[in-house]
Design a protein around this ligand. Structure first.
Ligand code: HEM
Length: 176
């Protein structure tokens, strides 16, 4: 325990949100955790999608999409909190085109996911009655492609994030 006394006061001070270091770390952690959950949910959905799925798979798809939706919301909220309060100042981000590309990509992926989400909501209706959803080959293939595109989009966003966090893209920098 004596070792903790050697830590800088900012790392020790106050409760979780009383300490700037811990609150920044907590919001960053929520941002990364929700990103991992989103990506994991998309990979699982991609693995599960097939024509006329069984009850267990169809139910798992619906649950996975709910997890994905909640994680995507947490990702957005934690991202906005980082811009406004827990990052390097909002001007640092809003003045960088890479930030807006990141936001646009997030919104694009989110917009694309509306189609699978509405499809799964419609599956919940027969599932509740104990019936199986009717999923044609064409619908399964379409959903698989949408999930592929979402996965590529999600994989690109952290690249934009890491560049943006280091000021690449700001006027007067290497790529600005
Ligand atoms: C509109 C939604 C989003 C906003 C407003 C947002 C905002 C931010 C902000 C302000 C930072 C802090 C950068 C810094 O350290 O100075 C950040 C970091 C990061 N974001 Fe986001 N973000 C959003 C969506 C996403 C998404 C969808 C992903 C992943 C798919 C993501 C992945 C990351 C990563 C990996 C970092 C760490 C970058 C680094 O420190 O190297 N963000 N984000």
């Amino acid at each position: 325990m004596a070792g903790f006394a050697a830590l800088p006061p900012a790392l020790l001070g106050g409760d979780l949100f009383g300490s700037p270091v811990f609150s920044r770390a907590a919001v960053a952690y929520v941002h990364y955790l929700s990103f991992m959950l989103c990506f994991g949910a998309l990979v699982l959905e991609r693995r599960l999608i097939r024509p006329n799925p069984g009850k267990a798979d169809a139910t798992l798809m619906v649950i996975t999409d709910v997890v994905y939706g909640m994680a995507a919301l947490a990702l957005l909220v934690s991202g906005i909190l980082r811009v406004l309060y827990f990052g390097q100042g909002s001007d640092f981000y809003t003045g960088n085109p890479l930030f807006w590309w990141k936001v646009a990509l997030y919104l694009g992926v989110g917009g694309l996911s509306l189609y699978p989400t509405v499809t799964y909501i419609l599956w919940a209706i027969p599932l509740r009655k104990g019936e199986l959803p009717q999923v044609s080959e064409a619908l399964a293939a379409r959903l698989a492609w949408i999930l592929n595109i979402e996965l590529v989009g999600f994989a690109l966003i952290p690249l934009l994030a890491t560049l943006m966090a280091r000021g690449v893209g700001l006027p007067g920098t290497l790529a600005g």
